[in-house]
Design a protein around this ligand. Structure first.
Ligand code: RP5
Length: 167
């Protein structure tokens, strides 16, 4: 569910088909009490929407952008070229090349316009949200405390000894 009260993080993705992956970023932000807005913005299919979003993202109140795309994944880099906000890129696991195409397209930005690139797929989406929260936590004690709690719960959830699957 999107939170609409002045969202701090924009989650953008190239296609509806990216949502099952990018929802992991949304769910993680939700768990950390970070407001977000999620929308489909395709570098190839909706270039005007990309320009409009990117050029107004900062003035619209966003502080961080998370951009997920697959294949020839231009979305994060193009968005980064048109906004001064930090952009974290999530390579979607593509069918043909298992996301290696997405990863290389996003990570290999030429010097001058950075995209903070995360891992392929779910791990990247979750970690992009954690990175966004860490950025916001620098100036937001509530998010900082939520992030500390989240990490503490993660540690507590790890058993000290492995169990056999059949037990
Ligand atoms: C990219 O093309 C999207 O980010 C998506 O990962 C990929 C495939 O899109 P669909 O053909 O599934 O819409 O722009």
């Amino acid at each position: 569910m999107n939170r609409t009260d002045q969202p701090e993080v924009a989650i953008i993705m190239g296609s509806q088909s990216d949502w099952p992956t990018m929802k992991n970023a949304a769910d993680t932000l939700e768990a950390l009490g970070v407001s977000y807005d999620a929308r489909i913005v395709s570098a190839h299919r909706t270039p005007d929407r990309l320009v409009e979003f990117s050029k107004t993202a900062k003035e619209n109140g966003f502080k961080v952008v998370i951009a997920g795309a697959g294949g020839a994944a231009h979305l994060p880099g193009m968005a980064a070229s048109m906004t001064p906000l930090p952009v974290f890129g999530v390579p979607i696991e593509s069918r043909a090349l298992k996301g290696q195409d997405s990863l290389l397209s996003i990570v290999q930005m030429p010097a001058g316009i950075p995209v903070g690139t995360l891992a392929i797929g779910r791990a990247g989406a979750v970690n992009a949200a954690l990175m966004a929260a860490a950025v916001l936590a620098l100036n937001n004690p509530e998010i900082a405390a939520n992030l500390d709690d989240w990490r503490e719960k993660q540690s507590q959830a790890v058993a000290e000894k492995p169990v056999n699957p059949e037990e």
